[in-house]
Design a protein around this ligand. Structure first.
Ligand SMILES: [Zn+2]
Length: 152
């Protein structure tokens, strides 16, 4: 496999190994040149997560240094997603008869959102990285289901 030195968008030169017909190699090189190198990409993600922590007004995480950095990325994504869902699901209903349902939703969504925002253990975010995106939605469904099945 041939080795090529590619200058990435961040300015760093990195050696890459790839093969294939010339057009494919050119495309590959162009694609690589348009992106920052892996280290810069990683650093960018950490920067973004730290900025988001301030913007989202979240507490400092606790845990191992490396865990915190990873958890920070997981959390920023999850909080943003859950807050969007929260805003949608807690919107006031047009129909007055849905008010009981609405109150139950707001209550459950509030609790779930508060639980999420106050979670400061880096290890918790890493453990829950695959399902935390759905945290508020799951809590809301769990709260609403008994009301739906109970008739009315
Ligand atoms: Zn770089």
């Amino acid at each position: 496999m041939a080795e090529y030195t590619v200058q990435h968008s961040c300015g760093h030169e990195v050696k890459h190994r790839y093969d294939g017909p010339e057009t494919e190699r050119r495309q590959r090189e162009q694609w690589l040149r348009s992106k920052p190198c892996q280290i810069c990409h990683h650093a960018e993600q950490i920067d973004t997560a730290a900025k988001q922590r301030d913007e989202l007004n979240l507490p400092q995480l606790v845990g191992e240094e490396a865990d915190i950095r990873w958890a920070e990325v997981v959390r920023a994504k999850a909080i943003t997603h859950n807050r969007k869902f929260y805003a949608r699901v807690t919107r006031k209903p047009d129909v007055a008869s849905q008010e009981v349902l609405h109150e139950a939703i707001v209550q459950a969504a509030d609790d779930a959102m508060r639980e999420l925002s106050s979670q400061t253990a880096a290890s918790w975010w890493i453990d829950h990285r695959f399902d935390v995106i759905e945290h508020v939605r799951k809590a809301t469904i769990a709260a609403v289901e008994p009301l739906m099945n109970g008739g009315e």
